[in-house]
Design a protein around this ligand. Structure first.
Ligand SMILES: Cc1cc2nc3c(=O)[nH]c(=O)nc-3n(C[C@H](O)[C@H](O)[C@H](O)COP(=O)(O)OP(=O)(O)OC[C@H]3O[C@@H](n4cnc5c(N)ncnc54)[C@H](O)[C@@H]3O)c2cc1C
Ligand code: FES
Length: 282
């Protein structure tokens, strides 16, 4: 029997073909797809994701890593983990992927105007944060201090290394990178990213933190900000990653309790999800 909601759902479940303009290898395990929307324009907010379909293989949620102010193409930065991400990594310029979205909640860029921004990324987690960094730089007068802290395993795993250096060289932005394990060529900080927090100045009473990385990294970072710097939990934003199928709150695949990670998140204020972080297999 036909219902009123069926056409809308079918429409939202139908991927639109986007042409691959370029594939850029970022790291040995990570690449960026530059994708052309069919009509050239694509509106999204920093922190949102799309469902990316490798034709004949499968569909995965991937955050957008480009500036929301850019027109003409979007960037999606992807780490090879399994069948779909490996298939996406074999694409060449001129190939097509299917895109649905943008979906999910954004980083709260409007809400936090006038505050210090403390942006903390771990590993591939810098990719979903990059549109927030671009937005803050493009609208620099809207925010007070801008601090980007990044932690990854080794110097060979530093994502967007050139840009991190450029941001760090600016007078209106602080950017610092740390690695878990250094090699002989690395002169920077060594250790977990939370160790960098005490090395940068910010006003905890007027700061919003945006944190993205492995769940253990986000948990430890949020605890450090709350316990070490007395930051209010509602001023800390994190992302939840869970397996997804529909991305639009229909299939229940990403459901936990009353929340759907795909529509209530994936960006959440910490008090909404802190207790979910240890729960696997949602
Ligand atoms: C909202 C959202 C945004 C994301 N953004 C990005 C992004 O910008 N870049 C990126 O590289 N990845 C991102 N991911 C993760 C990405 O969706 C998974 O890596 C991908 O689904 C793996 O699919 P696969 O078929 O290649 O591997 P699979 O064979 O499905 O899985 C390979 C391994 O990864 C694990 N895995 C699969 N899906 C997830 C998941 N969602 N979270 C955690 N572990 C998972 C599996 O348990 C398995 O161990 C995002 C996930 C979500 C939910
Ligand atoms: S992925 Fe289907 S409800 Fe979230």
């Amino acid at each position: 029997m036909e219902t009123l909601t069926e056409p809308a759902v079918i429409d939202q479940m139908t991927p639109t073909p986007f042409r691959v303009r370029r594939v850029r290898e970022e790291l040995s395990h990570t690449f960026t797809l530059e994708l052309e929307p069919p009509n050239g324009a694509y509106d999204f907010l920093p922190g949102q994701f799309t469902m990316v379909y490798a034709f004949g293989i499968g569909e995965v949620p991937i955050s957008i890593s480009s500036s929301a102010a850019e027109n003409g193409t979007i960037l999606q930065t992807i780490r090879r983990t399994g069948a779909v991400t490996h298939a996406l990594g074999r694409l060449k310029s001129g190939d097509y992927v299917g895109i649905r979205g943008p979906y999910g909640t954004p980083w709260p860029m409007d809400k936090v105007k006038g505050r210090d921004l403390l942006i903390i990324g771990g590993g591939i987690g810098l990719a979903p944060l990059r549109p927030a960094i671009y937005h803050a730089l493009e609208n620099r007068g809207d925010y007070e201090r801008l601090v980007v802290l990044y932690g990854t395993r080794t110097p060979d795993d530093i994502l967007f290394e050139k840009e991190l250096a450029e941001w760090g060289a600016r007078t209106d932005c602080v950017a610092m990178t740390t690695v878990d394990a250094a090699d002989r060529g690395w002169n920077g900080p060594v250790g977990v990213v939370t160790r960098l927090i005490g090395r940068v100045g910010f006003d905890p009473t007027n700061t919003t933190a945006m944190v993205c990385g492995p769940e253990i990294m986000m948990t430890v970072t949020a605890e450090r900000l709350m316990e070490g710097f007395a930051m209010a939990p509602e001023n800390i934003y994190v992302t939840m990653e869970r397996n997804m199928k529909c991305g639009i709150g229909v299939c229940g695949h990403c459901q936990f309790g009353e929340k759907f990670i795909c529509t209530d998140g994936a960006v959440f204020a910490y008090p909404e999800v802190g207790e979910l972080f240890d729960v696997k297999g949602v």
